[in-house]
Ligand binder design. Structure first.
Ligand SMILES: [Zn+2]
Length: 274
């Protein structure tokens, strides 16, 4: 998928990032300053009206093929729930320089952060990989910490891709339709590390949302920022059902394989989980 011209204005994207942060906060997935959002925009953009301050930034991953392209990124330590109150103060725009080793970071005079998110390396690596694979001109990535999904990732038997998806996607018909590849799983790795970055890139090639064990999730969309946050919300709702069922001595059956097959037939969903 790609976004077609006329491309969204920067102000529209600022509002959408604010709305996604607000919704993720409503589902308790952004305690304190947890979580971060970034958006890749593959069209020419001049951010200086909203972000007149400029500085040169060394990129965590060289991106020579994305010279001239832009990223909208949350600041380190900012609260996702507060972005909506003043998006420009909580976000920066990075335009990649020729050669791809550095970028220009554009910020607002009201800027409330010293650096961009500490997960910027994983965000950039995922954007770069998806742009290379699909040629998309738009890509949104969100990290959040939804509590039920994260809790389940502490239990050994959910630390298995097939088990995790089979048990979570059985609770609502929408789940297999929205997450036909299932939910990805990345074992615990140090936040911000190169190991987490490369494992996340691999997992997001197959899945649209992946669990970072004992930490949270990362989701992506090549259609909209809110589509990425919807994916987190669907996966977290599934995990909340699963958690309730564990508390209730696993009395519920969930949708059967047969019922899920009939949903997939009706909505033309291709999947290999059930
Ligand atoms: Zn985190």
């Amino acid at each position: 998928m790609s976004v077609e011209a006329p491309y969204p204005e920067l102000d529209e994207l600022l509002t959408l990032v604010g709305q996604a942060g607000h919704r993720l906060s409503e589902i308790d997935a952004t305690e304190g300053a947890a979580g971060n959002i970034s958006v890749y925009m593959g069209w020419p953009l001049d951010p200086r009206r909203r972000f007149p301050q400029t500085e040169t930034l060394e990129l965590p991953t060289p991106l020579p093929e994305l010279a001239g392209k832009s990223f909208l990124v949350t600041g380190s330590g900012r609260r996702l729930r507060e972005i909506i109150e003043d998006p420009a103060a909580n976000l920066g725009v990075v335009v990649v320089d020729v050669g791809g080793r550095t970028g220009q970071l554009y910020t607002s005079p009201r800027r409330l952060f010293a650096r961009l998110t500490s997960e910027f390396n994983s965000h950039l690596a995922v954007h770069r990989d998806q742009v290379a694979l699909t040629g998309t001109n738009f890509h949104a990535v969100i990290h959040a910490q939804p509590p039920h999904l994260t809790y389940l990732s502490h239990i050994a038997r959910y630390q298995d891709l097939k088990y995790l998806s089979r048990h979570l996607l059985r609770w609502q018909p929408e789940l297999i339709v929205n997450l036909p590849e299932g939910i990805g799983y990345v074992p615990f790795l140090i936040p911000g590390s190169p190991e987490l970055e490369s494992a996340t890139v691999q997992a997001l090639r197959v899945h649209r949302v992946v669990v970072w064990a004992k930490h949270g999730v990362m989701a992506r969309s090549d259609m909209s920022v809110k589509r990425a946050s919807d994916r987190i919300e669907y996966a977290e709702t599934a995990a909340a059902y699963e958690y309730r069922n564990l508390l209730n001595q696993e009395q519920a059956e969930g949708l059967t394989d047969e019922e899920i097959h009939s949903i997939c037939n009706a909505f033309n969903v291709k999947q290999s989980i059930f």
